[in-house]
Design a protein around this ligand. Structure first.
Ligand SMILES: NC(=O)c1ccc[n+]([C@@H]2O[C@H](COP(=O)([O-])OP(=O)(O)OC[C@H]3O[C@@H](n4cnc5c(N)ncnc54)[C@H](OP(=O)(O)O)[C@@H]3O)[C@@H](O)[C@H]2O)c1
Length: 253
């Protein structure tokens, strides 16, 4: 099949390109680095010529609530309109488990707008909500790291391996549209502060972590809100297995 990946140079997009190419598909990578801008629409028409399915793994800049909704809304509307013109038969959107329960977060509001446009659109679709990725803890800590100190919320998550997410996106794109998927999660719940400490150790980095709900993510994300439902698909790779790969590439403990 000929499949386009939006956000092809990103964490999940690049892995999805690899997963699709491994299966022998012709992949069109779409991102500004490859000459496709979802906000202006530049390059979209050429990129989608002959494409049967599109995976959307794009991510936007950090903005305020309304601006983030506008960013994801514009990017998604441009992509869907170009897909319709090109005759694309399946749009696969990577989304987030629990985002309809968390209303105050700007990124989640942007993702809800993406979901709304996809589910109300005319291109047949699958929305795949995933839990946080294994590298999410250090990503969050990185937002506030300063002089060897980071603030981090003590979230309860059930993290999923980025390569497992990419594999499921690739599998989904080559199948029939499913509508809203019941979600994708990793095999075990984890506490974000502990995940972060262990990832820093595996990376050989020394960062003092300050657990707090008063910094980047607030108490709206406390409790079980980020955990998957009982019907979620459970991906195989554990956080410990992922940590072992970090340790072997970074030389940490
Ligand atoms: N992090 C998590 O734990 C988690 C969990 C569940 C779901 N998700 C979702 O997963 C998605 C992908 O996340 P990620 O971490 O893989 O993203 P990422 O690494 O930040 O990559 C973002 C991609 O979007 C592209 N992009 C940005 N602006 C663009 C534009 N105007 N036009 C075209 N492409 C553009 C970037 O390429 P260029 O810079 O070359 O344009 C890049 O390829 C996000 O939507 C996120 O909500 C994340």
């Amino acid at each position: 099949m000929r499949i386009a990946v939006a956000g092809a140079t990103g964490n999940i997009g690049a892995r999805t390109v690899t997963a699709l190419e491994r299966e022998g598909h012709a992949v069109v990578g779409m991102s500004r680095k490859t000459g496709v801008d979802l906000i202006t629409g530049a390059g979209l028409e050429d990129a989608l010529a002959g494409v049967e399915a599109v995976v959307d793994a794009v991510n936007g800049p950090v903005l305020g609530h309304a601006e983030t909704v506008d960013w994801f809304g514009t990017a998604t509307a441009n992509l869907l309109a170009a897909e319709k013109r090109a005759g694309v038969r399946h749009h696969v959107l990577l989304s987030i488990v629990g985002l309809h329960r968390i209303l105050g977060n700007a990124h989640y509001a942007g993702k809800r707008e993406q979901e709304r446009l996809v589910s109300e659109g005319t291109v047949p679709w699958t929305i795949l909500p995933a839990t946080q990725f294994h590298d999410f803890a250090v990503t969050v800590a990185g937002w506030t790291e300063h002089d060897g100190i980071s603030e981090i919320p003590p979230l309860l998550v059930q993290p999923v391996d980025p390569d497992d997410v990419a594999a499921v996106l690739a599998e989904t794109a080559t199948g029939e549209p499913l509508g809203r998927h019941s979600g994708l999660a990793g095999p075990e719940p984890q506490d974000l502060v502990d995940m972060c400490r262990r990832t820093h150790l595996a990376q050989g980095r020394s960062v003092r972590l300050v657990p707090t709900w008063s910094s980047v993510l607030g108490t709206e994300m406390a409790g079980n809100v980020l955990l998957p439902g009982p019907d979620a698909r459970i991906a195989p790779t554990t956080f410990d297995e992922w940590l072992a790969t970090v340790r072997s590439t970074s030389g940490g403990r």
